[in-house]
Design a protein. Sequence first.
Length: 294
Amino acid sequence: MRIGAIEGGGTKFVCGIGNEQGVIEDRISFPTEQPEKVMEQIISYFKDKGVQAIGNGTFGPIDIDPASQTYGYVTTTPKPGWSGYPFVETLKQAFDIPFGWDTDVNAAAYGEAVWGAAKGLDSCVYFTIGTGIGVGVFSEGKLVHGLVHPEGGHLLPRRHPEDRFEGSCPYHGDCLEGLAAGPAIEKRWGIKGSELAEDHPAWAMEAYYVGQAVTSTILLLSPKRVVLGGGVMHQKQLLPMIRAEVTRNLNGYVSAAPLLNDINEYIVPPGLGENAALCGSLALGLEAWKSVND
């Protein structure tokens, strides 16, 4: 079986071909530019691949309500040209196959639940911390949608007492994404995060904000694992700092062994590495194929 997968990120799109075991057999990537150019590249990549379904995990907000007239659209994203774009409908005009459709972070959460760091668990939450911040939620064996879908990157954290940065989110200013995403780090300190020293105060501030978000997630959703991915998390010193913040914030209140005795195995990096969202999109495509063939 050949299933297509699309990971639509704020910086780049990744397309791949995989099988029902979650093995990515081929992949290609290109920059996130205007939607017409991106879609032309997507269609060109898949047109001769013989895929039986395509799963899409794309940056949000998106419309994931199948009963909606704008199902499959990108909605209120600040990315130029993408707001109101009919993503799934454009693909359907090119391919007569089933399509899976969800956010990129929900796809990543799904990939980690099916084949990665949360395999065998019925719940996990995936944070991607990079160009933006997104939160994907897998709970009681299924992805969480609700009114639209989780937008945990726009939670409003308590400010760090030494932070005077106004925030960079065009909608909310100093929400989590506006304070802790990659562009916020660069704008606050005047240098890319990848160029900051490991002991720079930026990282204690970053852990402070991400630690709050993870703490709130644990208290609200009680996931059995938290997975932290994205480009900012390539800073290896961050993960132990975030774990320490979560431990301090919870202060022993949640009496669960993974939090009290083994937090290093509870808050973890992606088991699928950079392939989390692509593998999750593959799983979405496989699910879409099964829905019309079982």
